[in-house]
Design a protein around this ligand. Structure first.
Ligand code: NAD
Length: 490
């Protein structure tokens, strides 16, 4: 299949005619299709279309904009299974998880379409007589949305839907590794009745992203990806004072105290560490465990990790899929070597899987490092693969201190039966998300999502907080006194 860009309501190839291949990471012989390898010119055309469409879309009443989005949510729900299968083929995670990814897009679309009848502002009493004071949300303009490959439909939905409900127009640049799921989403919006130019999609690599982040007609940039690229995006946006929303890397910790229900913590560590092959920004790549229960827990953790079935995500027996690419797999293998050189112990796994069932894909054994200390690189840097580092601690205070001792601040969790210690950890972990007796993954669409420090720049995705990224506040004062009234003076 040859897929195209979507610009101004038309499906068009890259002007250069160049394409990129999209292949199945579980079986590279499976070519999913080719997509436009777009250039700066294609991106600029999409921005121009979005700029033109903004003039009319911003004036469509928000409840009417929302009607289109409700329709889109229903179409996605009707095609959930097809979209999930295509996603497993292009991204690798197992079917249960890609169904979850599509479900997240459905949930987000329904949830934020509901805001079309709210988009609440505030009214407040004026300090002066016969004067009315209120604040309203206003759309900002053209939004450039740059997304990664690990949630190929959910993350585009987190950005497109709040942008549209607020009255903005968008240009989406999905990851070059997973453009099909993004294209499915955009096609649904077209079908649901989003007018030409309101949603545009340009596939390709960094050249497209750089054009979008430097283009003077782009007012908002919402980026999800690595901290290294996020920094470049931030720098590119600064000279134009663009509104920039960054969601970046993580190094998330599960803390297990000596009174935890170990079987529950075990399930959480397996799901949090190896679910999505560890390729979640919220993946539990560190387990900080009390020394009293360390040995008992580690023994069972190793046994269960060894038993995980790794393979093609379309096979319902499989629990862990491939890494997204050869490059990502090499990164994982590189970190396994770094961990060994640092003196940590490979308690299980540690190798690429190369047998007949795995030969055409990017598979790696679920890997646990024990004897890890907080200063090791495997305890501090984002690996983004099926590798978990186990670190011993002697108290809650020490666990919190280790938990916070990384540059990232996305998610953390604690397993304990002690409500006092749970609340202390809830307060003291400097992260944007926190769980009690659950792993570090599992966010729901109606709560804010995002992180502190090198994970984010103070904005939040999802929940009502997402509206703040895609709207500007305007405060309005209406004086009906018929005379000049001076604030702070009269
Ligand atoms: P990445 O940074 O390599 O790429 C992200 C996007 O940026 C892609 O679309 C890519 O083409 C584009 N891009 C690359 N260079 C660019 C440039 N110079 N200018 C503009 N755009 C550019 O990240 P990835 O490998 O796709 O995704 C994995 C990363 O995403 C991990 O670090 C993970 O933690 C992070 N992530 C974060 C969240 C979150 O909400 N915090 C969610 C999912 C993934």
């Amino acid at each position: 299949m040859t897929y195209l860009n979507y610009i101004d309501g038309q499906w068009v190839p890259a002007q250069s005619g160049r394409t990129i291949e999209n292949r199945n990471p579980a079986n590279t012989a499976d070519l999913i299709g080719t997509f436009p390898d777009s250039s700066a010119d294609d991106a600029a055309r999409a921005v121009a279309a979005a700029r033109r469409a903004f003039d009319s879309w911003r004036l469509v009443p928000a409840p009417k904009r929302a009607e289109i989005l409700f329709k889109a949510a229903q179409i996605i729900a009707d095609r959930k299974e097809t979209f999930a299968r295509d996603m497993t083929r292009e991204m690798g995670k197992v079917l249960d998880e890609t169904r979850g990814d599509v479900q997240e897009a459905i949930d987000m679309t329904y949830f934020l379409a509901g805001e079309g009848r709210r988009l609440h502002g505030q009214t407040a009493p004026s300090e002066l007589r016969d004067k009315f004071a209120m604040s309203i949300r206003q759309p900002v303009g053209v939004c450039a949305l740059i997304t990664p490959w690990n949630f190929p439909m959910a993350i585009p939905s987190w950005k497109i839907i709040p942008a549209l409900v607020c009255g903005n127009t968008v240009v989406l640049k999905p990851s070059e590794l997973t453009p099909l799921s993004a294209l499915h989403f955009v096609k649904v919006l077209e079908e649901a009745g989003v007018p030409p130019g309101v949603v545009n999609m340009v596939t390709g690599g960094p050249a497209v992203g750089e054009t979008l982040t430097t283009h003077p007609d782009v007012s908002v940039v919402s980026f999800t990806g690595s901290t290294a690229v996020g920094k470049l995006v931030n720098q590119n946006c600064a000279p134009h004072f663009k509104k920039v929303h960054l969601e970046m890397g993580g190094k998330n910790a599960i803390m297990i105290l000596d009174d935890a229900v170990l079987e529950l913590a075990l399930e959480g560590c397996l799901w949090g560490g190896f679910g999505t092959t560890g390729q979640r920004c919220t993946a539990a790549s560190r387990v900080i465990i009390h020394e009293k229960v360390h040995d008992r827990f580690v023994e069972q953790f190793i046994e269960r990790a060894k038993a995980l079935r790794v393979g093609d995500g379309l096979d319902p027996q499989m629990q862990v899929g491939p890494s997204i690419s050869e490059k990502q797999l090499e990164k994982v293998m590189g970190y396994v070597e770094i961990g060994k050189q640092e003196g940590a112990t490979v308690a299980c796994g540690g190798r690429r899987l190369t047998g007949a069932a795995h030969a055409n894909g990017f598979f790696h054994e679920p890997t646990i490092f024990t004897g890890v200390t907080r200063s090791m690189r495997i305890a501090r840097e984002e690996i983004f693969g099926p590798v978990v580092s186990v670190i011993k601690c002697a108290s809650l205070d020490e666990a919190v201190s280790i938990g916070n001792d990384v540059v990232y601040g996305l998610s953390a969790s604690i397993y304990t039966q002690d409500i006092n210690r749970a609340f202390q950890a809830m307060r003291d972990l400097y992260t944007g998300i926190f769980y009690v007796n659950a792993p570090t993954i599992g966010a729901e669409v109606h709560l804010p999502f995002g992180g502190t420090k090198a994970t984010g720049n103070g904005h939040r995705e999802a929940g009502l907080a997402s509206l703040d990224v895609f709207s500007e506040w305007k405060s309005i004062y209406v004086d009906f006194s018929g005379k000049l009234q001076r604030a702070q003076i009269d």
